[in-house]
Design a protein around this ligand. Structure first.
Ligand SMILES: [Ca+2]
Length: 357
């Protein structure tokens, strides 16, 4: 299969190869992936019915491009994320159903080309902050020496995001996890799940501040930040500041807090002066899990609300954006040629560097 996702991400990023390459024009890429965020729960997508305030995503949608008929590669987390990072449907891997559980092996073949590896070859510095959910080398669930309580100082993680092309990782391996890992070591055990989203947001902001603070990198080493959020996935754990704020229950509060976190990260981009050279993509690994009326009945099945996802795209380096776009699309590849066409980026110039997956 054509490695469509990577083709298009590079093209979206305006990456060019060969003698005409212009190092200084490569934009940063801020890729924000919510977790189980329903298409209709972004106010800009559904203004007639959505009562949840999402002003930050709405602002990106207003200034950029929205794709209104976008679908995920799967109805659950791990296979969708596998597809995003490899440009390959999960059923081509050994994961034929469900997700990666703690007692399962690491999913991505170490030899398989990933999105951050491709971008790194083009000169990008790649970071992931938040959720991984594609397996790790060790397993606390079956290893009695790895209790779920206090962390083991400096516990080493043999396989994870750093072995798949990311230069930096801060986050957790899955939802409901309070143990944080920085790069390849456990560093913190949070007291409660409500602290996870605020912490990940702060770490994403710090990543941007570090990149923005390095003037030489700002000019010559663009970054790819994959802000892989754990929200608004179940368990619904809005922080104390947000609990009860919408008056519509924990799910609405958690979506509102998710939007607020996205706002913090966007503000960080502006604070370090990178807003004119950073592409922003906001989407979700799949659609709603909770379902209407707060019932846990939709999740995991290929019903439309579960596979239809929001996708908002903002490219400050392009003046050729229109919104919205209603073409039927899938995040594994189909939308990117459309975006490329809208940007006018030369797809042919990078085709030779791609692999069939
Ligand atoms: Ca998910």
């Amino acid at each position: 299969m054509r490695f469509a996702f990577l083709v298009c991400c590079l093209a979206v990023a305006g990456v060019r190869t060969g003698a005409c390459a212009d190092e200084n024009r490569r934009p940063n890429i801020l890729f924000i992936l919510a977790d189980d965020l329903g298409w209709g729960d972004v106010h800009a997508n559904n203004p007639g019915a959505c009562k949840i305030p999402t002003p930050h995503m709405d602002r990106v949608a207003e200034e950029g491009l929205t794709l209104t008929d976008m679908h995920s590669a799967s109805a659950v987390c791990s296979p969708s994320r596998y597809a995003l990072l490899t440009g390959r449907y999960s059923w081509r891997s050994r994961l034929q159903r469900s997700i990666v559980y703690p007692n399962m092996d690491y999913l991505i073949d170490p030899d398989r080309l990933t999105l951050p590896e491709m971008l790194n070859k083009q000169g990008y510095y790649s970071g992931i902050v938040g959720k991984w959910h594609l397996g790790s080398e060790y397993d606390r669930a079956v290893d009695e020496d790895l209790p779920a309580g206090p962390i083991r100082d400096g516990r080493h993680v043999a396989k994870g995001p750093l072995t798949q092309g990311f230069d930096y990782f801060y986050g957790a391996y899955t939802n409901g996890e309070t143990i944080m890992i920085e790069n390849d070591r456990e560093v913190l055990n949070l007291p409660k799940l409500e602290d996870v989203l605020p912490l990940h947001t702060r770490k994403a902001v710090e990543f941007i501040q570090r990149r923005g603070g390095l003037k030489i990198y700002k000019r010559r080493v663009p970054f790819f930040l994959f802000f892989s959020m754990t929200s608004p996935h179940f368990p619904l754990v809005p922080s104390e500041e947000w609990k009860g704020r919408t008056g519509m229950g924990d799910y609405a509060d958690f979506v509102a807090e998710t939007d607020h976190s996205i706002g913090d990260v966007l503000a960080a981009i502006e604070q370090v002066g990178l807003e004119d050279e950073t592409i922003v993509i906001v989407t979700s690994d799949h659609g709603e899990f909770v379902g209407d009326k707060g019932l846990l009945r939709h999740g995991c099945y290929t019903w439309e609300p579960v596979v239809k996802v929001p996708l908002i795209f903002y490219d400050p380096t392009s003046s050729n954006q229109t919104s919205p776009t209603h073409t039927l699309s899938n995040v594994i590849g189909l939308p990117w040629p459309r975006i490329v066409m809208l940007r006018g980026s030369p797809l042919a110039g990078i085709a030779g560097s791609l692999s069939d997956q």
